[in-house]
Design a protein around this ligand. Sequence first.
Ligand code: SAM
Length: 209
Amino acid sequence: MKDYKFTRNWFEKHIPDWEKTLSGLRNKKINVLDIGVFEGRATVWILDELFQHPDSQLIAIDPFENTFEGIFATNENKETYYRNLRESGKENQVKTVGDMNYFDALTKLNHEKKEKFDFIHVDGSHSACHVLSNAVLSWNLLKEGGIMILDDYEWDLFEEEYNNPRIAINSFLQSYQSQIEIIYKHFQVAIKKEIKKVSRIPRDDKTVD
Ligand SMILES: C[S@@+](CC[C@H](N)C(=O)[O-])C[C@H]1O[C@@H](n2cnc3c(N)ncnc32)[C@H](O)[C@@H]1O
């Protein structure tokens, strides 16, 4: 029995959905991207449950610093995260980007073009503008057939509706619907990357682009 420590328990209610959605990845060699790790509750679930293959790799992104919205990891949470990773016994399969915010980290991964992921968990900043850019930048890093889970769809603690995650996730789902199959949509939204055929209406007029 592993001696994990957590001060918050946002993740556990999602475990039944995660088990159903992700169990197919369990014995494969997979690449996972986890954005917004806090004390690593979801991260260690991934390591314990999905990382049966010794060569599976996880990249974790969290700046572990104050953000304007008030949901942030302190130095103490950061220490707990690293402690939990050690406790998992799989810390050597994890690379933590703990000194960059998601935008820089995802831009770098996109630019390097080294890695594509089988599963991406988006649970960083809750501000709509960040949720949207997180989704767009990481979607490009997801393999075809890969799964993305976006957290906080129903989180509504910003007074202005336009700041809450729902508007960002809806915009993303609409704009990328030619590549998305929705698996479920409640507090979290799980989607699969499935590129569909795009049909264009034929036009006779040669002057139209
Ligand atoms: C709700 S917590 C994540 C919970 C975690 N996934 C778990 O399983 O317990 C949100 C996390 O997002 C991080 N975060 C906030 N702004 C971020 C940003 N711009 N880029 C990446 N992570 C960010 C915070 O530091 C915090 O650790």
